[in-house]
Design a binder for this molecule. Structure first.
Ligand code: ADP
Ligand code: MG
Length: 701
């Protein structure tokens, strides 16, 4: 039995004193032997090849050479001094230099003994030079575990400054293996190991830190990535099963008059197949005795509102109230207006509650809500104020959840004895595999089809200097009776500048489109809600042809006659924002256009974003490009999800691994939900170990 085990504090490891232990903990979160063992390199340098000095090229990157030191001298310079050595391997000579730690280095170097030298070369005055090379006596090198591929561990500036170099970490790793041996227990079931031809846990850990060659390294990575994602999925799926078993919900047993009358008499169009499918999924949840927690994903314009309304009518049919919460006042008002219009002739009482609802109306709403007289309440954050008490809230729908935190979600829960069913709607498309791991505890429905008859929005990219021809085009469209949006970016830190851009734009458009022939609306974040609403209404009624706005119109407004979207400084918008904005047009029968204006100078990411917009309108494709450009960290929800805390797997590059890991986790829990079977003993032990890491999962519940 080794003296130490994986739970031993890292401070007991050879080479780690109290200072280093503190640094490892604060910088890398490494507290125990196990933490260090699972601290994986993020890249490797191929050290299977040894160069000869006469082979060196000017552009050779990191190289290793075997040779000996023939001379050592200290050269005085303006400040301090440098140590210079001559190094030869029989094919030529090169120079080694040190600027720091000279005294110590000079004492430790030996002349005329073979070394393995590693580092970057530069070519200067006819000589190859290497500054601060890594050096190891050839005799030691031959003894060490370190062969073939050299791991490079992630590091921080502080660690480097405090002398904890990659070399030090590699040394610690060697000590670690020397202390604990390599008898790591297997964590995956034999069936999975066989099916995927995975190497054992032991081989994998050894080869991730000390890969003997590229083939073994690749095998080690494949296995460890799978394992990491497998245990995350196991956690998420178990959470979901437990939630389903334990969290009781209202059972909506019937579909009654509200729903049926509406469906028969008021539904203005036939539902798309995707809408029908999603509605079926929701209905099933609503009479399952468990609380629904469903995420409804559907691209802009895919028709989520009608699904929301039909779901609310089911709640009403069962004697319950429903709520619809939107992130902005404009959007809440829009929902209220369109839902009221849709419900014409159906005896459903709907009201709107926002920050600007007057005291008198507010009081009436509170009363009707508590008495149960009010059926549906639509609104903004105002809905979750303490004073708002539902008589019996059966279903809460949250539109565009990325504007709301998880916290708000849970606040809505507190109003009832049993939690209401929750439907979260979002237009931000997330690649499905990613959605599964980010929202693993939610059920997901997708509307993956647009209503028929939509013409694809024609998208073009134009430079600022072509503005006149763009204006000409706008005039032609307006002459046909269409309406136009012109949107300016608004990014908080530089609000003043953005505001100026908007106002300058307003001036120049006012000049180009003079009254009385043209009427212009303007809406921005600094306006009072009633002024915004007034300007919106003028545009909605068709009294104005041009709507100049900051991104306030980003979410949800629906004005089918608006057929042109001009986005100013489009290079400053993110892809998903551009996609959302474009979704504001193309809602009516007319051919619609999106014009992306930008300056001539563009970063390569900006070019990719704009060309992606021009070439595709598929929200999922766009989301994937976005994900590649920005990484999952910027995607909504990922911060809290633990997806970012992955040690080795990459949620984008390893999407296929995620898929199989999820599949295996599901089938394992299907046959053995509590991990009782003897063949799953390994899994259970490792599962309990990972569940201890509660911080990752703290947000889910
Ligand atoms: P979003 O998913 O972006 O919230 P909306 O619910 O606002 O989309 O719907 C966009 C537009 O499409 C609305 O004008 C709506 O009336 C219309 N629409 C929704 N479903 C259908 C359908 N099945 N057939 C035709 N038009 C539809
Ligand atoms: Mg919507």
């Amino acid at each position: 039995m080794p003296a130490y085990n994986l739970h031993t504090s890292i401070s007991y490891l050879k080479g780690v004193g109290p200072n280093r232990a503190d640094l490892l903990k604060s910088e890398l979160g490494i507290r125990t032997f196990a933490d260090l063992l699972h601290f994986f390199p993020n890249r490797y340098i191929d050290r299977t090849h040894f160069f000869k000095i006469n082979e060196l090229q000017h552009n050779t990157a990191e190289i290793q050479i075997i040779g000996t030191l023939t001379h050592l001298k200290t050269v005085k310079q303006k400040r301090g001094s440098r140590l210079v050595a001559t190094f030869t391997d029989g094919t030529g000579t090169m120079e080694l230099v040190w600027f720091r730690g000279i005294k110590w280095i000079k004492e430790s170097l030996k002349l005329n003994v073979p070394y393995v030298l590693f580092g970057r070369t530069t070519f200067y005055k006819g000589l190859f030079t290497m500054a601060h090379p890594e050096m190891e006596l050839l005799s030691n090198y031959k003894k060490s575990l370190q062969k073939g591929m050299q791991p490079i561990y992630p590091s921080t500036e502080k660690l480097t400054n405090k002398g904890i170099s990659n070399r030090v970490i590699s040394k610690l790793m060697q000590h670690l293996f020397a202390e604990i041996g390599t008898s790591f227990s297997e964590t995956l079931p034999v069936s999975i190991l066989r099916k995927y031809a995975f190497i054992t846990k032991k081989e994998a850990l050894l080869n991730i830190h000390f890969p003997q060659n590229q083939v073994l390294l690749t095998k080690a990575q494949a296995r460890l990535k799978f394992e990491e994602l497998f245990f995350i999925q196991l956690q998420l799926i178990r959470k979901k099963l437990i939630r389903k078993a334990k969290i009781k919900g209202f059972c909506f047993e019937k579909v009654g008059d509200f729903f049926n009358d509406f469906y028969k008499n008021n539904l203005p169009f036939e539902l798309t197949n995707a809408q029908k499918k999603v509605l079926k999924e929701i209905r099933k949840d609503l009479h399952s005795n468990a609380q629904m927690n469903r995420l409804l994903q559907g691209d802009v314009g895919s028709g989520k509102t009608i699904v929301a309304l039909l779901s609310m009518l089911i709640a009403l049919d069962n004697g319950f109230q429903a709520a619809l919460m939107a992130p902005t006042e404009i959007l809440a008002t829009q929902h209220f207006n369109s839902i009221t219009a849709l419900l014409k002739g159906i005896p459903v009482k709907v009201k709107l509650l926002t920050g600007s609802t007057g005291a008198k109306d507010r009081k009436a709403i509170h009363q009707e809500l508590e008495s149960g007289e009010l059926h549906i309440l639509i609104g903004t954050h105002a809905l979750i104020e303490d004073k708002v008490k539902f008589h019996n809230l059966g279903l809460a729908i949250i539109d565009e959840q990325h504007r709301f935190g998880v916290e708000q979600r849970s606040k809505m829960w507190l109003k009832n004895t049993l939690p209401p069913h929750i439907l979260v709607m979002t237009a931000t498309p997330i690649p499905r595999t990613l959605a599964m791991s980010v929202y693993g505890d939610l059920d997901i429905s997708v509307i993956d089809e647009l209503p028929p008859g939509r013409k694809e929005v024609i998208t073009a990219h134009r430079f600022d200097k072509n503005r006149l021809s763009v204006f000409k085009f706008l005039k032609e469209e307006i002459a046909k009776g269409r309406q136009v949006y012109v949107v300016y970016p608004l990014i908080n830190e530089s609000e003043k500048m953005d505001y100026k851009d908007l106002m300058d734009g307003y001036d120049s458009i006012s000049r180009e489109f003079p009254k009385p022939e043209y009427q212009i609306s303007i809406v921005h974040g600094k306006m009072k809600p009633e002024d915004k609403e007034f300007e919106m209404q003028r545009f909605i009624k068709g009294e104005t042809q041009i709507m100049i706005a900051t991104t306030v119109i980003e979410v949800g407004v629906n004005i089918p006659n608006a057929s042109v979207m001009v986005i100013e400084s489009a290079e400053r918008f993110g892809l998903s924002q551009l996609h959302q904005l474009r979704g504001r047009v193309g809602r009516g029968a007319e051919q619609s256009y999106c014009i992306l204006m930008s300056s001539f100078k563009l970063s390569s990411d900006a070019k990719t974003r704009l060309s992606t917009m021009v070439t595709t309108s598929d929200g999922f494709k766009i989301a994937e490009v976005d994900l590649k450009l920005r990484g999952p960290g910027n995607l909504m929800g990922t911060q809290q999800s633990g997806v970012l805390n992955l040690r080795i797997a990459d949620i984008i590059k390893d999407a296929h691994v995620l898929k199989s890991a999820r599949g295996e986790a599901i089938s394992l829990l299907r046959t053995d939900p509590t991990l009782q079977l003897p063949e799953n003993r390994n899994v259970k032990i490792a599962y309990l170990e990972t569940s201890k890491n509660a911080s990752i999962w703290a947000h889910i519940s």
